[in-house]
Structure formats: structure tokens, C-alpha cells
Design a protein around this ligand. Structure first.
Ligand SMILES: [Ca+2]
Length: 194
């Protein structure tokens, strides 16, 4: 057995004994105790990892702006180490199909009601099999996962995110057809750690 190993073990043993003593005594913590968990308040009595940015309990709010002409959309990342549930509500008006484009107006497949400014619900009577989310009204707000799946859509919605999971908020339009979009909407998020 090497002397070095014993020496190292000795120091750690003392430290561990120190921590255990502090726990047993309770309240009488040494000066360095706070340094160990600096910036990581521990109200529950257990050592926090510091990874969780969203506290359990009351909902945390967040706000996003989503631009109609953004193909990339506006991302939101669950930075915490736990599952979260997001309830969102979108307000504003935006446009996915212009109402003054001669080419579009000559196309009988594009109904009048799908043109011009719409709410984040989109046009409930117009879908496109080429849109980002096929089963969802064109012009609706959609929340798309990293796997390309549509997790929620419309003016209000709920979704659950895994730790470290990201989603994108964007308009439901056909890729390559975002350049004629106009406007933006505001999205308020209520985030609850599960
Ligand atoms: Ca468009």
C-alpha cells in the first residue's frame, strides 16, 4: 500500500467526517459550508445540483415573439434537469398568403378566406399537404420538436418537454413560401416543472 494513497484518503476522510459532523450537529455549519453550495440555495435540506433553472411549484413565465416570415422560427429550450409542462397563449395577427398577389389570386386552389391577416389559429378551413404541419390550418402557430413532429398548434396549447429538449415556435406554412409572410405574434408561456 502506498503512502500517497493513504495520505489522500486521510484528507478526504477528514473532510467527510467534517461534513457528517456538521450534519449531525445541525445548524452549526463551518464557514466553508456556504462556499460548497454558493449560489445554490438549499431550502429542502438536500444539496442542490444547481442544474435546475426552473423551481418546482409556481409557474415560471416567459415571452416569445414569432415572426411570420421566419422559416427557422423562435426556439425554446428546456434548460432544466426535469420535465416541464408548457401552457402557451398567442396573440396578434399575421399573414401567410397575401391578398394582393396577382399570381395567387389567379390560383383557384387558394380560397379567399385563407388570404390576408389571420389570428395564430390560422385558417381553420385551409390546410396544405406541403405545410410544416400537414394536419394543421395554414397560417397557424405551430410548435415543432427536434424530430420534426408537431407538438401543439393554434392560439392556445400545451406540451411537455424532456430535460434539455428544444422546440421551435413558427408559422405553419409551406417551406419556400415564407418570404411573402408578414407580421408577428406574441406568445406568453407558463412553464411548470413536473
Ligand atoms: Ca406564405
Amino acid at each position: 500500500m502506498s503512502g500517497e494513497g493513504n495520505e489522500g484518503g486521510g484528507i478526504w476522510s477528514k473532510l467527510v467526517i467534517g461534513i457528517v459532523s456538521a450534519l449531525v450537529v445541525g445548524g452549526a455549519t463551518p464557514w466553508w459550508w456556504g462556499k460548497l453550495f454558493e449560489g445554490k440555495p438549499s431550502s429542502s435540506g438536500t444539496a442542490e445540483t444547481g442544474k435546475a433553472s426552473i423551481p418546482a411549484g409556481p409557474a415560471k413565465t416567459d415571452a416569445l415573439t414569432v415572426y411570420a416570415d421566419s422559416v427557422k422560427g423562435t426556439p425554446w429550450l428546456n434548460k432544466g434537469d426535469g420535465y416541464v409542462r408548457i401552457d402557451y397563449e398567442a396573440t396578434g395577427q399575421w399573414l401567410s398568403i397575401p391578398d394582393n398577389d396577382p399570381g395567387i389570386n389567379a390560383n383557384p386552389d387558394v380560397p379567399e378566406h385563407a388570404k390576408g391577416y389571420l389570428s395564430p389559429a390560422g385558417d381553420p378551413n385551409f390546410q396544405s399537404s406541403d405545410a410544416v404541419c400537414k394536419q394543421v390550418p395554414l397560417g397557424a402557430l405551430v410548435v415543432v420538436g427536434e424530430d420534426g413532429r408537431c407538438k401543439a398548434y393554434g392560439m392556445k396549447g400545451s406540451l411537455e418537454l424532456k430535460p434539455g429538449e428544444a422546440v421551435v415556435f413558427k408559422m405553419n406554412d409551406v417551406e419556400g413560401m415564407y418570404q411573402d409572410n408578414k407580421g408577428q405574434i406574441d406568445v406568453k408561456l407558463s412553464v411548470v416543472k413536473e
